[in-house]
Design a binder for this molecule. Structure first.
Ligand code: FAD
Length: 287
């Protein structure tokens, strides 16, 4: 099913994100996580794409597994910064043959090891154009409530986002954020600039001290409201309490977003079904 049709048929959409294994041997454990996640009332599950295309086959394998084994809609991430036009065409053909119908079109980050960057694609909008030309896919794009780190300011970033949406994005998924006000400001700005596709809010349940420190870097420095930093300071050295408090924080964030008519909630599950299950059981009747 095209995700656009899910947004058209439901007021608020729930999705999960998982990542493929780094090693081939990890595939079974990711599939086992999928087998648990699909028991939740989730509308679709997205599968990330390793930097530089390092997981391209595994991403497609798991997206195909979600659909064929469970009849659940999947969203395969695809990045273009290290890909040429020919390899993108091959991957699109392969995904189509596997029955994958939804792609999150991404630029990707510059390889950290200084590895090769192709020049066929500079921005995700160019990948969106090619996927739409290829035909058959519903296409999503990434967006950044607190501005993408390469952009000089949020105004410019949202102008660029409009180009990507006009290229054919059917919906958007946000970078994780912990301060809902940042999301509302971004949503208002996007609407002002004429972006009218659904915007799903990316929520990362932070349940481990090491994860919190790492995620702040990965998210490009998402703002941490004082109620979050106070919680972290209090429970930092108590793993069980921190886990419970992190879940409660995510539930609070989602409850407020749903009351404020967010189009969708996208939970970064980190392949942990039990955390997703706890959150969903607390918010399930709100959808
Ligand atoms: P773009 O939309 O191309 O934007 C990148 C930068 O270029 C922005 O600053 C933008 O303002 C600017 N820009 C865009 N168009 C123009 C233009 N025409 N002129 C000038 N500037 C322009 N990475 C992965 O490797 N694998 C994943 O699976 C993955 N999943 C993600 C999922 C989500 C929901 C999000 C939010 C991010 C994900 N990322 C993933 C990270 C993403 O690849 C990086 O954030 C990357 O730096 C930007 O990708 P993008 O698609 O947003 O790029």
């Amino acid at each position: 099913m095209h995700i656009k049709d899910i947004f058209d048929s439901k007021k608020q959409v729930l999705s999960f994100e998982i990542f493929p294994p780094k090693q081939e041997s990890g595939t079974d454990s990711v599939k086992a996580a999928v087998d648990e996640l699909v028991k939740q009332p989730v509308d679709y599950i997205s599968v990330t794409y390793g930097a530089g295309g390092s997981t391209s086959k595994k991403t497609a394998d798991i997206a195909e597994y979600i659909q064929k084994r469970h009849g659940m809609t999947s969203l395969a991430h695809l990045s273009c910064i290290t890909a040429g036009k020919d390899s993108i065409k091959e991957m699109l053909d392969d995904m189509q043959a596997r029955g994958i119908e939804n792609i999150l079109a991404l630029r990707g980050d510059m390889p950290k090891d200084g590895g090769p960057v192709m020049t066929d694609y500079r921005y995700a909008s160019e990948l969106v154009t090619d996927i739409k030309k290829h035909g058959g896919f519903c296409v999503g794009g990434a967006c950044y409530p607190e501005c993408h780190p390469d952009s000089p300011d949020i105004e410019k970033d949202v102008d660029n986002l409009k180009i990507k949406v006009d290229a054919g994005c059917d919906f958007l998924v946000t970078q994780m954020f912990f301060d809902n006000d940042k999301f509302y400001e971004f949503r208002d700005l996007a609407a002002k600039k004429g972006i009218s596709v659904p915007i799903t809010a990316g929520i990362m349940p932070l349940t481990q001290a090491s994860q919190i420190k790492r995620m702040c870097i990965l998210s490009g420095g998402a703002s941490m409201p004082s109620k979050f930093t106070r919680m972290f300071a209090k429970y930092e050295n108590n793993p069980e309490a921190l886990k419970q408090a992190g879940i409660a924080y995510a539930v609070d964030q989602i409850t407020e977003l749903l009351s404020n008519d967010v189009d969708g909630i996208h939970i970064y599950t980190m392949n942990r079904p039990e955390t997703a299950q706890k959150i969903v059981s607390a918010i399930n009747s709100l959808f």
